[in-house]
Design a protein around this ligand. Structure first.
Ligand code: GLN
Length: 561
């Protein structure tokens, strides 16, 4: 039986960072999948951390947790959302992992006295990692490998050398290099500039890589003559110089790429004979995202609200949920420290829903608790995620159950009322890397809750990333109060979801639902949270209209209804 050969697409980036390489790679992945190919993706991260789990999300962006519990780069989130396909730890390779493996092997004596070097030992290990998903699933047609960072960085050189070797070792139709660059528009000159792209390609050529396709990020559609010029200087046929114009929503990127012929160019290079992709569901979705019937305002209250990459999946989950409710979700970022200082009313009186996201550390927690108090009393829809759920429990214990000093053991070890605590099996852990409750866990739902209504299922599975838990010692205390344990672990030991019942929609979850929301399949809790926000807004407007009518009637300007 002849084994199927997996082909490789290598995506590099040049000129500047933040060009959206992850979205470009994921969009290409989607187009190939829609053509009927079996696609997988790998993100190579050149940092020395073994995984981003120990990195500050406000520097590096969100940590994207997979079902298998691995903590990965946020680009894996784009891969899962665009391809609608679950990733595993094989899909994220870091310099830290590579060196960890090579050094462990060296200590064992596996290199038999050889001097261990970047070439060949590190590059061989990188190649091994890039081949792994093809070995795990031999039916894979193509693997898209995205190299993090910008060409020219010292850190990414071993990865570039490894992919250069992989291309050299395979027939030409088995690999293709795509380079993503920026073609800036200089307003004072009134024209776009191709020089940065030329320099970036030169940088690649110096290390032996000739890109076959250029994807050029640009504010204005590139004219044929500009594409010809870029093609000529970069040694790429002009038809394979693709213009990637800025778009309104990232979900439009695959549609644009297809129009520009990116997937056709890739298939030509790789000699893949597959039909046109059927993008009708995406076209419909994008049309809905672009022209919603209504708008709702959701406040997100966190410690730092400036770096939106730290909340990437939450932002996307709101796009998906908005689309399914035919609503644009306007996100209002509120600093929890401002709430503490100036009061909740100043920031939250006009919103249609409040979301408190996950987080670590005590800073800003009191402001979050105050915000929750405000929306619980004013019956504004609330959604708490992880730390957000823990804060909701603290708020309830303090203001409804009267435990004034209720708090989380995360912040104070000598608490009288640690309503959020450490599980016995977490005590004594000192290593911070990879020691939280991580990955997919099942939960059983209470049928009388809004959560159950949303999922429409008795049992669910969601992804976790936290150390602290709802403290079972207080379960009894809530029994006669309007706080319901809406979901618990199958063995009943862990409380995964709480709901306030004398409220239209108040749900707190210990897991991260945002990680499983997909553009064509919004997460049920995000979807219903937005539905509740829409209902809240409609009622608010009706009440306002009613009050206005009464005032007009009072003034004799309108007849009584
Ligand atoms: N800091 C909390 C814990 O470790 C919550 C974590 C989170 O929100 N991801 O339990």
């Amino acid at each position: 039986m002849s084994e199927k050969k997996t082909k490789y697409i290598f995506v590099t980036g040049g000129v500047v960072s933040s060009l959206g390489k992850g979205i470009a790679a994921a969009s290409l992945g989607l187009l190939l999948k829609k053509r009927g190919l079996k696609v997988n993706m790998i993100k190579c991260d050149p940092y020395i951390n073994v995984d981003p789990g120990t990195m500050n999300p406000f520097q590096h962006g969100e940590v994207f947790v997979l079902d298998d519990g691995s903590e990965t780069d946020l680009d894996l989130g784009h891969y899962e959302r665009f391809l609608d396909q679950n990733m595993t730890r094989e899909n994220n390779v870091t310099t830290g992992q590579i060196y960890h493996t090579v050094i462990t092997r060296e200590r064992r004596g596996d290199y038999l006295g050889a001097t261990v070097q970047v070439i060949p030992h590190i590059t061989e290990e990188i190649k091994e990692c890039l081949r792994k998903p093809a070995k795990s699933d031999p039916d894979t047609d193509v693997i898209i490998v995205e190299i993090g960072g910008t060409v020219g960085d010292i850190e990414s050189q071993p990865f570039l050398e490894a992919i250069r070797q992989m291309a050299l070792e395979a027939p030409p139709e088995d690999t293709v290099f795509i380079h993503l660059t920026l073609v800036p528009y200089i307003a004072t000159a009134g024209e776009v500039k191709t020089k940065p792209t030329q320099h970036s390609v030169k940088e690649l050529l110096q290390i032996g890589i000739q890109p076959k396709i250029l994807v050029c990020r640009t504010a204005k559609e590139l004219t044929d003559s500009i594409r010809k010029k870029i093609g000529l200087f970069c040694n790429v046929p002009y038809k394979h110089v693709i213009s990637a114009v800025d778009v309104e929503t990232i979900y439009e990127v695959p549609l644009r790429f297809h129009m520009e012929g990116l997937d056709t160019a890739v298939c030509e290079h790789l000699k893949l004979d597959y039909g046109e992709p059927d993008m009708s569901d995406w076209e419909e979705m994008v049309a809905k995202i672009k022209s919603p019937r209504q708008r709702v305002k959701i406040a997100i209250c966190g410690k730092y609200v400036n770096l939106k990459d730290a909340y990437k999946s939450i932002i996307e989950a709101f796009v998906h949920a908005g689309e399914e409710n035919d609503a644009r979700v306007d996100l209002i970022w509120v600093s929890s420290e401002d709430i503490k200082q100036y009061g909740a009313d100043k920031f939250l009186s006009d919103i249609d829903g409040l979301l408190i996201p996950g987080g670590f550390g005590e800073r800003g927690v009191e402001g979050k608790i105050e915000a929750i108090h405000y929306v619980r009393e004013n019956k504004i829809p609330f959604f708490g995620i992880c730390l957000g759920m823990q804060c909701a429990v603290i708020e309830f214990a303090r203001n409804v159950c009267g435990l004034e000093d209720a708090h989380s053991y995360e912040f104070y070890a000598d608490l009288k009322h640690a309503v959020i605590h450490l599980m016995a099996d977490q005590e004594g852990i000192t290593n911070l890397g990879g020691t939280m409750r991580l990955g997919a866990y099942r939960a059983i739902l209470d049928k009388s809750t809004n959560t159950y209504k949303a999922y429409g299922a008795d049992e669910i599975s969601e992804r976790h990333r936290h150390r602290y838990e709802f403290n079972n010692a207080y379960r009894e205390m809530y029994a006669d109060k309007p706080l319901k344990l809406a979901g618990v672990s199958p063995d009943g030991r862990l409380v995964e979801i709480v709901e306030v019942t004398n409220h239209p929609w108040f749900v707190g979850v210990q897991f991260h639902p945002e990680l499983k929301s997909r553009p064509t399949r919004a997460h049920p809790l995000f979807r219903d949270f937005i539905a509740a926000a829409v209902a809240y807004l409609v009622k608010k407007n009706d009440d306002l209209a009613g009050t206005a009518d009464l005032q007009l009637e009072g003034l004799g300007l309108r007849e009584k209804r």
